[in-house]
Each structure stands twice: as C-alpha cells, then as structure tokens.
Ligand binder design. Structure first.
Ligand SMILES: O=C(O)/C=C/C(=O)CC(=O)CC(=O)O
Ligand SMILES: [Ca+2]
Ligand SMILES: [Mg+2]
Length: 439
C-alpha cells in the first residue's frame, strides 16, 4: 500500500482545458475526481463524470463515442451508469487505468483532444446526485481531540473512555438520509430533556450542530467472513469526499446511552458530490505517528506502510453563512480550519477493523472518519466544541453570533491538499441549509 507516485502526479502536467491550469483550482489534471451528474433542471439520465478545471468529462458520452478501448473502455462504460457502484466494483486496477487514460487524453497536445472536447459539460450547468448507492454507512470517531472535547461535555468524569486508544470506535449510521451537497433539511424533532426536568418532551432540537468529517467510499468489498488485512486495505478504497454529520446535541444527550447515537444523527448527513481517489492523494501522504507514551496499535492494525504514510494531509475548513449574510450578499465566514493529518486512526485501520470480525463491506459503502477536530480550539470541527458547549458564542463578521445553528443557516465544508512541488488537489464544497422544523 505504499503510495507510489506515477506520471499522473507530475506537477508540470498541463491540460488543454484552460481552467484546469489556473492556480487555485480544485480540479487540475492531477486530480480527476468522480461524481454523478446531469445538466441542471434537465430530464437527462444521471451518469458518472470526472472533474477537469471548470468542466466535467461525461463518462456516458466517452463510452458512447468509443474514445477508449479495452479495459479502459469497460471502466468508462461502468462509470456511465447512474451510480458509480459498478465502476467501484471493478477494482483499483480499473479506476487507475481510467484515470491514467483520462490524464493522457486531457493533456496539452493529446491526439484525443477533439474526441474528448465533445464530451465536456460545464460544471456551472450541472447538478449532482449521490455518487453511489450507499448500502451501509458507518461513522467512526477517529479524532482523539474531538473524543476528548465532546467526552468532557457528555461524561465530565470520564471524557476519554479507556478503549479509545485501542479500538477504532464507530457506530452504524443510516444510509437512507445521506444527501448530496446543496440539499436543505428540516430541523429535527425528538425527545429533549432539560437536566433539571423530570420528563422529556417532544420538540425541535435547540442544539443543532455540524460535524466536519471525511467520507471514505469503499470500492471493492470483501466476502462475509473474510477479513481485510491492513496490508490489503487501501486498494479496497475508491476515494474520499467531504461529509457533514449534522447532529442534534440535545436529542443525543438524552438518547445515546447505552447504544450510541441514533435519531440525533440520522435525520441528514451531507456529502460532497466529488470523490477524490486515493491515488490522486498519494503526494500528500504523511507519517502516522502515535505519541510515544500512548499504546501502539495491536498488530492487526499496524504495518510499516501504515506507519510510514498512513496519514493524509488534507486541509479542511468550515464556513457558516447565516440567512442575514446571504441576504446581504456576504459570503460564508470561516469558523474552523484543521487537517485530516491529526486523526488518531487511519483509513486503512478503519477498513481493517471494520472487517476483523468477518463483517463484509460492499462497493459503495461509506465510512465516516468522525469529527476531525485538531489539537487546538480553533481547529475544533463541531460547534459544541467551538462554543464550549454553547457557553461561548462565535462572533460573526456581520455582527451576528451563534452557539448552535439557527433556521436559515447554511454550512459549507471545504477540503484541499496543497504544498510546494505538487499540484493542489481539491474536494470542492459540501453545502447544507437548515430549514425550520416541520409544524
Ligand atoms: O462521545 C460521544 O458520546 C459522542 C460522540 C459524537 O457525537 C461524535 C460522533 O458522531 C463520532 C464522530 O463524529 O467523531
Ligand atoms: Ca459523526
Ligand atoms: Mg448526522
């Protein structure tokens, strides 16, 4: 699983799609992430596409035009369907071959320019669907900083439970309420119990929160009963997207013992449309390190490659745009910035741990990393941490303040990788808007 660099990572590559060469683009020719799209407001079929600058390579058009042959044509055909599951199931060799073929065909001077030019759709004209049929969704808890901060609020005497540093903790989430960026959702109702109240009441959540996470899409699964070794884990991963695990803290505080989050988290989970492949992220792999006095992972969760390069330096930020800001034409205000490199457990460890008991993962399954808070307060990835449990409001640049979300608030997640000597690899944006609770 050592992330080998290949010709697709060369920072000197330039595309004949001019917008892909602009500095600051999320989608240079070195990225080539996948989504499911169609022209906005049209009755066209949904199909897979690959981002290049401000354009989308329409995989259905590519397949129809016969731009590629052999295995690459087969991969493009699989990617032309209304969900990416068939492409995911073909395996890493197929995704990688399609990515390489597209990288070559999109380069300046490519003899395939004319054929591919006819397959481009501007992102400005597109709308997106979920990239995959998500059979199962599991949310992990891989930031020790989040676990400590939120643990202090839910369990003041015992914030970080003793299993945390041994087991990659997770809970089974709900796939049906995962929505794609741009979707609005109603403030959830649920059982709420004030600390001094004798009994709970049914009401709209007053402590509606965000959780900045990444989503890990499984490409190829494993047979039931057949665990995935850590040395084999990464080739099972199709790619990574942005994920906002909207959370109702008041519902959560009352319901979560003893079986964990339930209705406090399954009313909506937003993901970005673009899925960035692990291959595109290879230049941003970094060492996965545990503090020396922490327990080292059990052997089944440890490997030389995981130690050398298990972490990924993905920069992440959260923006909040209130209704008043939107009406005044103001953009979102940044309320947090962090990096995925602070995670306590890696992608490979999540996959391996999930299957160690024989549980089977399937193409299109989604793993959430958990809230990716970094070590300092300004790197906290949920409002419950940023506002110290709602006691210290965030001041917004237009004079408003927030503890938890109000109706009309929109939240955007952004992610990107950037460093000298490598192309910027971006994830685009993941938006969601809070509507009032239903009467
Ligand atoms: O510690 C708890 O009881 C609750 C934790 C969470 O709400 C976080 C969760 O969903 C997992 C995560 O995002 O890290
Ligand atoms: Ca979560
Ligand atoms: Mg949620």
């Amino acid at each position: 699983m050592t992330p080998l660099l290949n010709e697709t990572h060369d920072p000197a590559l330039r595309s004949w799609v001019a917008s892909a060469n602009r500095s600051g683009t999320d989608f240079p020719i070195q990225n080539l992430p996948f989504a499911v799209f169609r022209r906005r407001g049209s009755a066209e079929a949904w199909r897979g596409g690959v981002a290049i600058g401000e354009q989308i390579v329409d995989l259905a058009a590519v397949a129809q035009a016969g731009v590629f042959s052999g295995d690459v044509a087969q991969a493009a055909q699989a990617g032309a369907q209304d969900k990416l599951n068939a492409l995911m199931a073909l395996g890493q060799g197929a995704w990688s071959a399609l990515r390489l073929a597209l990288s070559r065909a999109l380069r300046e001077g490519s003899p395939q320019q004319a054929a591919l030019q006819a397959c481009l759709v501007p992102q400005a004209e597109a709308e997106y669907d979920l990239p995959a049929r998500i059979g199962d969704y599991t949310d992990f808890y891989t930031s020790v900083h989040h676990a400590t901060n939120i643990g202090k609020q839910f369990r003041p005497d015992n914030p970080l439970l003793p299993n945390y540093k041994w087991v990659p903790i997770g809970y089974h989430g709900r796939a049906s309420s995962i929505v794609v960026s741009g979707a609005a959702f109603h403030r959830p109702k649920g059982q709420l119990k004030k600390p001094d109240a004798e009994a709970p009441v049914l009401g709209a959540s007053q402590r509606l929160d965000i959780e900045l996470e990444l989503g890990v899409f499984i490409g190829t699964g494993n047979a039931l009963g057949d665990p995935i070794a850590i040395t084999e884990a990464e080739p099972h991963v199709f790619g990574i997207c942005l994920l906002n695990d909207w959370s109702a803290r008041d519902i959560q505080g009352w319901e979560y013992q003893p079986l964990g989050p339930f209705l406090s988290k399954n009313f909506a989970t937003s993901i970005s449309p673009w899925v960035v492949t692990l291959e595109a992220l290879a230049p941003y792999r970094t060492a996965f390190e545990r503090p020396a006095d922490d327990p080292q992972p059990l052997p089944y969760l440890d490997s030389p490659a995981n130690r050398a390069a298990g972490a990924i330096d993905i920069q992440l930020e959260v923006g909040l745009q209130t209704q008043a800001m939107r009406e005044a034409g103001l953009r979102d205000a940044r309320i947090s910035a962090t990096s995925y490199r602070h995670a306590y457990w890696t992608v490979a460890q999540m996959v391996t741990h999930h299957t160690v008991n024989g549980c089977n993962l399937q193409p299109g399954d989604l793993l959430g990393t958990g809230t990716l808070s970094g070590p300092t307060l300004d790197q906290a990835a949920a409002l419950i941490e940023l506002t110290l449990g709602g006691k210290q409001p965030l001041q917004l640049p237009n004079g408003e303040s927030r503890t938890f979300l109000l109706d009309g608030d929109a939240v955007v997640l952004r992610g990107w990788c950037e460093k000298a000597g490598a192309a910027r690899i971006g994830f685009g944006e993941c938006w969601g808007t809070v509507l009032p609770a239903r009467p």
